[in-house]
Design a protein around this ligand. Structure first.
Ligand code: GRG
Length: 269
């Protein structure tokens, strides 16, 4: 690898201490189907979804978006390097994600097509990018809980649901399992975002690894602002319980998925 600024920024990014929840969810969902799925088979789509997530955080932190200088306990990429480099790293990570899936020869052609379509839709206008657009427009406006839910279902939830659905594609889930994995994703994605709002208020910047209290300071509607801290936390826990109930009848092969669902809501960063 050439010692260019772009490559140095990419190395810096690839050693980030993020939680890697989305690739773990994908791996766990694949295993939960009960079909034999090796970690190696799910590795490329798992890495791909984490690359999309990482790109979204890098771009979200840019001055034109959320304008943050701390992420994952370190200076954001445009602070550590510069804005042009941060934009390019995000763009490159996004392209790399699709390259990884398309080139994974252990997966069938149909699986690769389905994985690319699922990830592209979740990342694009009908998912994360669309949600980010609505979120930016909503700054300084008070939203209803339903409007906030819609923004978060797109901005944060779509990629989390995609992790579960992609796990189902890798594990060759049957139609019933596919339907359940999507429903689990929708519920836990929303619960995850609500807890994000809760810990944004409750935690400090060092524990969070990013600037605490940012949403309120930026005039953004949050679940905590609209519902209060305790009601927001109770709503997240109820959604978590509903998500676990959906896989109640699944066997021990779904245990790692159950553990991860708990981690999504019982966290302080
Ligand atoms: C720039 C297209 C574009 C989209 C940005 C993801 C996103 C959309 C914005 C991030 C804002 C944010 C902090 C949302 C809350 C939910 C969330 C995605 C938290 C970060 O995910 P974690 O906790 O992060 O899994 P780590 O660092 O552990 O990977």
């Amino acid at each position: 690898m050439q010692n260019t600024q772009l490559n140095r920024a990419l190395s810096h990014t690839s050693t980030n201490p993020g939680k890697r929840l989305r690739p773990q969810l994908l791996q766990a969902a694949a295993r939960a189907t009960g079909n034999p799925v090796s970690e190696a088979l799910a590795a490329a789509p798992a890495e791909a979804i984490e690359l999309i997530h990482t790109y979204s955080l890098i771009h979200d932190d840019l001055p034109a978006m959320d304008d943050d200088d701390m992420r994952r306990g370190r200076p954001t990429l445009h602070v550590a390097f510069d804005e042009a480099t941060a934009i390019l790293v995000g763009d490159g990570l996004q392209a790399k994600a699709f390259e990884l899936i398309a080139s994974e020869e252990q997966l069938s052609a149909q699986q690769r097509i389905d994985l690319v379509a699922c990830l592209a839709k979740a990342a694009g206008f009908e998912g994360m990018v669309g949600g980010q657009g609505l979120d930016i427009e909503a700054t300084e406006r008070t939203l209803s809980v339903e409007q906030l839910k819609n923004i978060h279902a797109l901005k944060t939830g779509a990629l989390i649901t995609a992790a579960l659905v992609m796990g189902g594609i890798v594990g060759q889930a049957n139609p019933d399992q596919k339907h359940i994995l999507k429903a689990v994703g929708d519920k836990i994605g929303l619960a995850f975002q609500i807890i994000d709002d809760v810990i944004d208020v409750r935690s400090d910047s060092t524990t969070l690894g990013k600037t605490a209290g940012k949403d309120a300071a930026a005039g953004k509607s949050t679940y905590v602002a609209l519902m209060g801290l305790e009601a927001a936390e109770a709503a997240a826990l109820a959604l978590y319980q509903e998500s676990v109930a959906l896989i109640h009848d699944w066997g021990t092969e779904a245990d790692s998925l159950r553990k991860l669902l708990a981690r999504m809501v019982k966290r302080d960063s």
